[in-house]
Write a protein that binds this ligand. Structure first.
Ligand code: DQA
Length: 143
């Protein structure tokens, strides 16, 4: 069975109450439920994780048994060479994901270290991007 990890970075645990005008009112738990349903439809084994800590995210990337990683690295997207290097250090496809359209926002959000090592990126679709990313990763791993 195809095994996929959805990994969420800092402050995404506060979805629902965090800047709802930008990120919507849906919680991370709601997103996990949506993704679990989609994983069931796709016949995919899903792990879903979140951490506010850069090193913890890196440990998860190193240790996951999943074949592909969907990563919303939050603000570490724009700053973390260490997370970029962690992705380069494991031989696994990564799909970069953001709720908001980072290219429409502040200049500092328009550069992504993750994009350098991800095979694709989805942004601007809000929570709907998550099940879409799961489908895309499942298709990618089936190629
Ligand atoms: C985000 C975009 C980042 O710029 C921001 O720091 C986040 C969330 C998104 O999902 O839109 O924490 O990754």
């Amino acid at each position: 069975m195809t095994h996929i990890l959805i990994l969420n970075g800092p402050n995404l645990n506060l979805l629902g109450t965090r800047q709802p005008e930008t990120y919507g009112t849906i919680t991370l738990k709601d997103i996990e439920t949506m993704c679990a349903k989609e994983a069931g439809r796709l016949g995919v084994k899903l792990d879903f994780a979140q951490s506010n800590h850069e090193g913890a995210l890196i440990d998860i990337i190193h240790e996951t048994k999943a074949e592909g990683i969907i990563l919303n690295a939050g603000a570490y997207t724009h700053s973390s060479i260490a997370i970029m290097d962690a992705i380069s250090s494991v031989d696994k496809p990564v799909l970069e994901l953001h709720l908001s359209n980072i290219h429409q926002r502040e200049g500092f959000r328009q550069h992504s270290y993750i994009s350098k090592v991800a095979f694709a990126m989805i942004c601007g679709l809000g929570a709907s991007g998550y099940p879409l990313a799961l489908r895309a990763m499942s298709d990618h791993l089936a190629l």
